[in-house]
Design a protein around this ligand. Structure first.
Ligand SMILES: O=C(O)CCC(=O)C(=O)O
Ligand SMILES: [Fe+2]
Length: 358
């Protein structure tokens, strides 16, 4: 099922509607029925080309587990600040743990920012060689001393990361790439799960004000579950449309690594979060490649006689550069550790970030 792939051109003052985002039933994506698999892969691929944002049902993620993961997040965020700070991300050397409300990055439109987060990734052992070598994105998770947190969130991580791989495989099929072209580069990925908790400040009355500023995601794909309204996506016509909330649905979007890998065929689309809900929970999972993977447009996707549209970069370098821009703690760590620190990090994927606010 593919609903509403045609995006109408509207005048700049009209708000978008639900119908603008494709809703794709991916049940059958795990089946051995090749014809059905190709159909699903093409629906996903077409949506990824046209808008870079779509919604999926029939994804097979256990919705009770989703609910229990939210409950763990809610329980953790409700704890006293001093307790949460014991797990402060700045105490970790591999970008894991609690991100307080005060950890503010560089987005110019985030005047009404007010959210906290908990970041985790592949839970590697303490003797992992990349971790021991000082890799800033790989290593063990930080687990708060909250009953059931590690068990529940790990179980969720296992399911959502498996789904990320399956969707990546479908995209390989859609793009006509040899199987494994992308997924073989996801054997020890720098993928991350974020538990997010937005709180509209008491003084904030403008529910259209921006909480999380407009950005594109840095990785390959994002699989997002959310409980509350507020997420908006920018269409190709530079208009913001609301992403509807439905507990059965995942929102999927293309990120920068995938845009570059596919030579711009799939679009990494700007999005933002408004202060629409007084309190808001969401859980984006960012599917990434391995730290050392060189992202360079696949030759199959570069037209004959044409030059690739993107210069090669290492996945880990791009993510680190962007996180340094977003996290003051990381800027401090990097500056202390070496001469790499750069206050004026530019995002090569920056686009249309200051579009119309409708
Ligand atoms: O909370 C959301 O709905 C979106 C979060 C997001 O865009 C992000 O963390 O990159
Ligand atoms: Fe995002």
């Amino acid at each position: 099922m593919l609903v509403g792939t045609i995006i109408e051109k509207r005048n700049a003052s009209s708000a978008g509607t639900v119908g603008d985002l494709p809703l794709i039933d991916i049940s059958g994506i795990r089946s051995a029925d090749n014809r059905r698999l190709r159909e699903i892969a093409d629906e996903i691929g077409n949506a990824a080309r046209e808008i870079g944002f779509f919604r999926i049902i029939g994804h097979g993620i256990d919705l009770d587990l989703v609910e229990r993961t939210y409950q763990q997040a809610q329980q953790f965020f409700a704890l006293p600040e001093a307790f949460k700070r014991r797990y402060y991300i700045g105490l970790s050397t591999n970008h894991r743990g609690y991100v307080p409300f005060t950890e503010k990055g560089d987005y110019p439109d985030e005047v009404n920012r007010s959210y906290e987060a908990f970041d985790l990734g592949v839970d590697l052992p303490h003797d992992d060689p990349d971790y021991l070598a000082g890799n800033r994105l790989l290593g063990p998770n930080v687990w708060p001393g909250v009953v059931g947190f590690k068990q529940t969130v790990s179980a969720y991580y296992a399911q959502i990361s498996a789904l990320g791989r399956i969707i990546s495989t479908a995209l390989e099929l859609h793009l006509g790439l040899p199987p494994g072209s992308m997924t073989d580069q996801m054997s020890k990925p720098i993928s991350q799960l974020r538990l997010l908790h937005y709180v509209r400040r008491n003084a904030e009355v403008d529910t259209k004000s921006v909480n999380m500023g407009a950005h594109t995601d840095y990785e390959c794909l994002t699989l997002l579950h959310t409980r509350n309204a507020g997420l908006q996506v920018m269409t190709a016509e530079d208009e913001w449309i609301d992403v509807p909330v439905d507990r059965h649905v995942y929102v999927v979007n293309i990120g920068d690594m995938m845009e570059a890998w596919t030579n711009g065929l799939l679009r990494s689309t700007p999005h933002r979060v408004l202060n629409q809900s007084p309190e808001r929970f969401s859980m984006p999972y960012f599917v990434a490649a391995n730290h050392g993977t060189v992202i360079s447009p696949f030759p199959e996707l570069v037209g004959r006689g044409e030059k690739p549209k993107y210069a090669p970069f290492r996945a880990g370098d791009h993510l680190e550069r962007m996180l340094i821009r977003d996290f003051p703690y990381l800027r401090n760590q990097v500056q202390k550790g070496s001469t790499e620190g750069n206050q004026n990090v530019e995002n090569p994927f920056e686009k249309r970030m200051n579009g119309s606010s409708n």
